[in-house]
Design a protein around this ligand. Structure first.
Ligand SMILES: CC(=O)SCCNC(=O)CCNC(=O)[C@H](O)C(C)(C)COP(=O)(O)OP(=O)(O)OC[C@H]1O[C@@H](n2cnc3c(N)ncnc32)[C@H](O)[C@@H]1OP(=O)(O)O
Ligand SMILES: O=C([O-])CC(=O)C(=O)O
Length: 373
């Protein structure tokens, strides 16, 4: 008989193997293929880290230049996909738009067999920012933007299309850091979704479409959006403290805090927090950053809970004038690398993922005639 797992949410259960990352092995700490995320965020561009995760090694300069040129050449969108995006209303959630965009791309540029998995992944990495911004600018501003900008990086491409002008150096740098921090995280809910889908030998677009749906929820990637909605309602640090205390008394969950694996801290927090502070100084903010810091203090003091990767991403993105609803789609632009690498890893040593359930329903019984129910 199958062993019944004790904790809800499969917490603490080993569900497979990975060579991609380690998460919270000593209560904190995150590595991608053996490199500390802090070192990667300090010294790399996002495209280097995407290459590391997807291809197994850090690129040399020539490899990086070639990879960036390849991605740059794949930013355009097929007309049929643009037509679909133009039909999605402005009040749709951009995560739903991206889910549809990914699925439609899979119809138009199908992964015929697994030998095309690298191409399918690179194409999505290059054109997800185009999908988000093409829809956003068409539905909100009525313009059909040119998605083939000459920007050097994925982050700059995104900001350029969104704002209609090239980003400054600080903003491009923050996008590199943010995309690196979000890129990979072992068997989190969305990645596990992708692996389960991959284990049926399904195609890459199906795996990624399912993962987008999993990431959307506020207990996972959607927390950066939910955190922003909360902090923008606070007018000062003292106001934030008062409201937070009320929420805790009412036993509400505060988005952007806590973690299923880390027990001491989320190493991504101190990195994005530093960049959020730099951005706050750059825009002369005197409210949002102090409010965020006070929320962090209150949660530590009252609940012993720490900020996860999402909390200070909210203020950082806000300082760069990114609309709140686009926060989680940026997470997708990055996590796509981790998802795809996990799909490839699953395919390389596959057995269909099919756990068992502990049955809690009725004993065996006979079907009554419809007149007797
Ligand atoms: C990039 C990412 O996906 S990071 C995660 C983003 N998600 C969020 O920020 C949503 C808010 N956080 C949470 O809901 C949770 O902390 C999760 C989903 C991240 C982890 O969930 P779990 O591992 O199941 O932790 P769990 O919910 O059991 O928390 C343990 C205790 O801390 C409390 N707690 C955990 N997180 C929070 C929070 N954010 N606010 C208030 N209380 C919390 C729980 O209520 C629980 O208390 P209890 O024992 O009195 O019931
Ligand atoms: O690992 C998790 O459960 C959630 C998380 O932080 C991530 O996916 O980045």
């Amino acid at each position: 008989m199958a062993k019944v797992l004790s904790g809800a949410g499969l917490r603490g259960q080993v569900a497979g193997k990975t060579a991609l990352s380690t998460v919270g092995q000593s209560g904190s700490g995150l590595t991608y293929r053996g490199y500390d995320v802090k070192d990667l965020a300090n010294s790399c561009q996002f495209e280097e880290v995407a290459y590391l995760i997807l291809k197994g090694k850090l690129p040399n300069q020539t490899e990086l230049d070639e990879y960036k040129a390849l991605l740059k050449s794949m930013r355009n969108l097929p007309e049929a996909l643009k037509e679909v995006l133009e039909r999605i209303p402005a009040n749709a959630h951009p995560m739903d738009v991206l889910r549809t965009g990914c699925s439609m791309l899979g119809n138009l540029e199908m992964e015929e067999d697994f030998s095309q998995q690298d191409h399918a992944t690179d194409r999505m990495l290059a054109c997800f920012p185009s999908i988000i911004c093409y829809w956003y600018r068409y539905s909100h501003d009525g313009v059909r933007i040119d998605v083939e900008t000459d920007d050097d990086s994925i982050g700059a491409h995104f900001l350029h299309m969104l704002h209609g002008e090239k980003p400054n150096e600080l903003h491009e740098q923050v996008m590199h850091v943010s995309l690196i921090l979000y890129a990979e995280h072992e068997f989190n809910a969305s990645t596990f979704t992708a692996r389960v889908c991959a284990s049926t030998l399904s195609d890459m677009h199906s795996c990624i479409t399912g993962a987008i749906g999993s990431l959307r929820g506020p207990l996972h990637g959607g927390a950066n959006e939910a955190a922003m909605e909360m902090i923008e309602g606070f007018t000062s640090a003292d106001h934030a403290e008062k409201e937070m205390m009320g929420k805790l008394e009412r036993k509400e969950k505060i988005m952007g805090f806590g973690h299923a694996i880390y027990s001491e801290s989320d190493p991504r927090n101190e990195i994005i927090k530093t960049w959020s502070e730099k951005l706050a100084n750059d825009v002369g903010d005197t409210v949002l950053y102090p409010v965020s810091v006070r929320c962090e203090e209150v949660m530590k003091r009252e609940k012993g809970l720490f900020c996860n990767a999402d909390f200070f991403h909210a203020s950082a993105y806000n300082f760069m004038n990114i609309p709140t609803k686009l926060f989680t789609p940026i997470f997708v632009m990055s996590r796509l690398t981790g998802w795809a690498a996990h799909v490839m890893e699953q395919r390389a040593d596959n057995r269909i993922i099919r756990p068992s359930a502990d049955y809690t329903g009725e004993e065996l019984r006979s079907v009554p005639d419809i007149t007797e129910r």
